[in-house]
Write a protein that binds this ligand. Structure first.
Ligand code: ADP
Length: 480
């Protein structure tokens, strides 16, 4: 768009790709996000110093923070996103539910406001019928959520959900929803300008989740046909209009086995999985966000949105899939993302980057597009296999497991896919002796390449005193 960009970074991200890509970059504090990326004043200060017009909040940290939104606007800058009021009303799951009910958008049965006592929770749960789901009103990231299958678990679950909500959001309010059995998570991307135009860009299927967090997303969804897409799209546009929404947003729905859909929540920002929508619609969502924030009319109408082919995204996280997805840290020693036609690598790291405990373990997103779903799955398998990352454990083996699973290939899965099909320990760690043999083979090959000695067949090589393989091994720092 010809717009100069200014990045902010914490000390830990001094040489992160986003810093090197931006035209200018400024530090905002030390590694802990509370001392850097969450410091509203420091960020606005940088924006003023660098003479910025607008701030794009991304999809983490302050992106759904109404207070930050207001602070940006009050500083005379443009916030690339919705208004603070829209963020506020949709950020509270109970007020969002109330608004949706008023507008006739279907919601999961349950309460409209937070429960105030165990007694009240008990009588509501009885009315809604078990199993129920306790959810934090201020919720996000799956925190403060508890499934309760029978009354005896209720009080304990309520207390622990409230505690978790209090420590995660500083707001202990918890409400009750019916726990929908075997639903799919299907969400609709919306785009609205400040002139009253609001369209949808189809759905994303996000049912492949672990602990209520998305792992693999795709567009379109195998269960959504033209008719359902139109109905869900209309409901999503209605939801966005209900809160006077402007800019890009997402309405999340649960879809049950009878293809009934229920409003779950609205994400009032760009989402992690937005690339799959970009791939199938050809619409650059970030560009649209900026244009809308500049006050332009949306350059397209609903009937201009066409869907082509199939896109899949895998979230690549620094987690040890063989050790219950324990977050891993360390230096990335080698980093070679895959490439090629319609293979998109959204990496936040590069070779030499440090994966620390300070931020979310997700450090890259791998997105592919194919002519149809089968083509996209095939391409994703290939891309995952080509992705070389040394130094930290990653979720790539798990993503590969999903791509190979018959239920995924058939499109026959719900949000419980992982619990149902993935057994811990399923992905075997290479045996220690295998790793040692591989390391030894690597050393010998390298020896052969550099000195021509170790593997040479002239009978002299292994006795070459210029460089003993063991000495070399020692110099290189052991068997790693
Ligand atoms: P968060 O904002 O914490 O991510 P969401 O409301 O978006 O929470 O829900 C996250 C996930 O939890 C959903 O994608 C779905 O898998 C599951 N979930 C949420 N509400 C329900 C429900 N009422 N019944 C069954 N599953 C649910």
């Amino acid at each position: 768009m010809g717009i100069r960009t200014v990045a902010i970074y914490s000390e830990a991200d001094r040489s992160a790709p986003h810093v090197l890509t931006a035209d200018e970059a400024y530090p905002v504090g030390p590694a802990p996000s509370s001392e850097s990326y969450l410091r509203m004043e420091a960020i606005i200060e940088v924006a003023k110093r660098a003479d910025c017009d607008a701030i794009h909040p991304g999809y983490g940290f302050l992106s759904e923070n109404a207070e930050f939104n207001r602070a940006v606007t009050n500083a005379g800058l443009t916030f690339i996103g919705p208004t603070a009021d829209a963020i506020k009303i949709m950020g509270d799951k109970t007020s969002a539910r109330t608004l949706m009910i008023e507008r006739g958008v279907p919601v999961v049965p349950g309460t409209e406001r937070a429960v105030t006592s165990g007694e009240e929770a008990r009588s509501i749960a009885l009315k809604v019928g078990y199993p129920i789901l306790l959810k934090a009103a201020a919720g996000g990231g799956g925190k403060g959520m508890r499934v309760v299958t029978e009354e005896t678990q209720l009080l304990k679950a309520l207390e622990s959900a409230q505690n978790e909500a209090r420590s995660a959001f500083g707001d202990e309010r918890v409400y009750i929803e019916k726990y929908v059995l075997e639903p799919r998570h299907v969400e609709i991307q919306v785009l609205a300008d400040a002139h009253g135009n609001c369209i949808h860009l189809g759905e994303r299927e996000c049912s492949i989740q672990r602990r209520h967090q998305k792992v693999v997303e795709e567009a379109p969804s195998v269960i959504v046909d033209e008719e359902l897409r139109t109905r869900m799209g209309q409901a999503a546009v209605e939801a966005a209009r209900a809160c006077g929404y402007v800019n890009a947003g997402t309405i999340e729905f649960l879809v049950d086995n009878h293809r009934n859909f229920y409003f779950l929540e609205m994400n009032t920002r760009l989402q992690v999985e937005h690339p799959v929508t970009e791939m199938v619609t050809g619409v650059d969502l970030v560009k649209m966000q900026i244009r809308v924030a500049e006050g332009h009319v949306l350059p397209m109408k609903q009937e201009d949105i066409r869907f082509r082919g199939h896109a899949i995204e895998c979230r690549i996280c620094a987690e040890d899939v063989r050790n219950d997805f324990l977050p891993d840290t360390g230096t990335i020693l080698r980093y070679r993302p895959p490439f090629g036609f319609a293979v998109r690598d959204d990496s936040g790291v590069t070779e030499g980057s440090e994966i620390s405990i300070h931020y979310d373990p997700m450090f890259a997103k791998l997105v592919v597009w194919g002519m149809d779903r089968e083509d996209a799955i095939r391409k994703m398998r290939r891309a995952l296999d080509e992705f070389v990352i040394d130094g930290v454990e990653t979720t790539i083996p798990f993503c590969r497991f999903v791509m190979d699973h018959p239920a995924f290939i058939k499109g026959d899965f719900r949000i419980d896919f992982v619990e149902k099909h993935y057994q811990p320990g399923f992905l075997r760690k290479p045996q220690a002796d295998e790793s040692r043999a591989a390391a030894l083979a690597a050393v010998l090959t390298e020896m052969d390449r550099t000195t021509g000695s170790a593997l040479s067949s002239n009978g002299k090589g292994t006795h070459d005193h210029r460089c003993s393989p063991w000495l070399l091994l020692h110099r290189q720092g052991g068997t790693r």
